[in-house]
Design a protein around this ligand. Structure first.
Ligand SMILES: [Zn+2]
Length: 331
């Protein structure tokens, strides 16, 4: 080796080592920026005293988030000031008018949930945050256009967020992952013939609302874009993790979403008042990771998770802490 080659070789080695160190530093500091939405307004609605869908659900979650030290790591996100006409993209005027007239408090609070989801879309679509958890209530995935409360739901926030992302930000393909114990019948119905939204749900077919048959796969151009996975009572971590790995991941690889939304119901957790699955926080962590990996691979990390059901106060607060701390982790 002559002198010139030797010097060039040493310089290359130094440069390579410097670049490797820079990459390592970048990698080490690349934690997710996670937003969190929680507003006192979400407490201002009761179906009736002692109903399981109660304000205490969010009080327990908020306390657990504070006690776990997560509050210092997450970035608070405010509600979008105005909901505009976005609820009307999926709900009829007659439904909205009926909810406003018959359940005025629920209308105000459910509308605030939509404002939360729209704000979350604004943040991830403009790359200000990687992901956002919306600690909202009431839930939304059973809200059909019947003019009534359906399964504690009034407006389908997650579905409206999907339409908003498509129309406002040109995020064309949306994956909705629904791990609530119950089937999200309204989400299925709203996108049943729509190939731009892939709806994936794990649920108990024999629970409310009785929909979610795996044979229902979508219709017309939407055929193949509705995936129902019916699971039995006693479903455990291994069973649901297998479903996520073997059914959700290949479907997402084929679909390649531009944005991922989670209908995050924690009534699929063990000891829930309304469910009979035996899922623990070990599985919620694994499921969150799997969905984050999908978002990272296809959606530039864009992921929004919205609370749906979950009625064991202690249980859902522990699950949310696990879920949010996972959202904060590096992929
Ligand atoms: Zn549920």
């Amino acid at each position: 080796m002559n002198r010139r080659t030797f010097i060039s070789s040493v310089l290359s080695t130094i440069l390579l080592s410097y670049q490797t160190r820079l990459l390592a530093v970048k990698e080490l500091t690349r934690f997710n920026k996670t937003g969190y939405i929680s507003e006192p307004l979400f407490l201002e609605h009761h179906i009736m005293p002692d109903h399981p869908e109660r304000p205490e659900r969010l009080k327990f979650i908020q306390k657990a988030i504070q006690d776990s030290g997560l509050l210092e790591q997450i970035i608070p996100v405010s509600l979008k000031p105005d909901v505009g006409d976005w609820i009307k993209t999926l709900h009829t005027d007659a439904h909205i008018a009926s909810i406003m007239k018959n359940y005025p408090a629920a209308h105000r609070v459910a509308e605030a949930c939509v404002r939360a989801c729209l704000a979350a879309v604004d943040k991830v679509a403009t790359n200000k945050l990687n992901n956002v958890f919306c600690a909202t209530r009431p839930p939304g995935h059973h809200a059909l256009n019947t003019g009534k409360e359906e399964g504690f739901c009034y407006y389908n926030h997650v579905a409206i967020a999907a339409r908003y992302a498509q129309e406002q930000y040109d995020l064309k393909k949306i994956l909705i992952v629904d791990w609530d114990y119950h089937h999200g019948n309204a989400t299925e119905a709203m996108f049943y013939d729509d190939p731009s939204v892939l709806y994936f749900s794990t649920h108990d077919l024999y629970a409310y609302p009785g929909t979610g048959d795996p044979a229902k796969k979508g219709s017309g151009p939407g055929l193949g874009y509705n995936i129902n996975v019916a699971l039995p009572c006693g479903t455990n971590d291994e069973m649901i993790i297998n479903v996520f790995q073997n059914i959700l991941v290949p479907a997402a690889d084929k679909f390649k979403p531009d944005l991922v939304l989670i209908s995050a119901g924690f009534d699929s957790r063990e000891h829930d008042l309304l469910g009979c699955f035996e899922i623990t926080d070990v599985a919620y962590k694994a499921m969150t990771k799997t969905v984050m990996q999908i978002a990272e691979k296809y959606s530039n990390g864009r992921l929004i998770s919205v609370l749906e059901g979950g009625y064991n106060l202690q249980g859902i607060s522990e699950a949310v802490v696990t879920h949010v701390s996972t959202l904060l982790e590096k992929i």
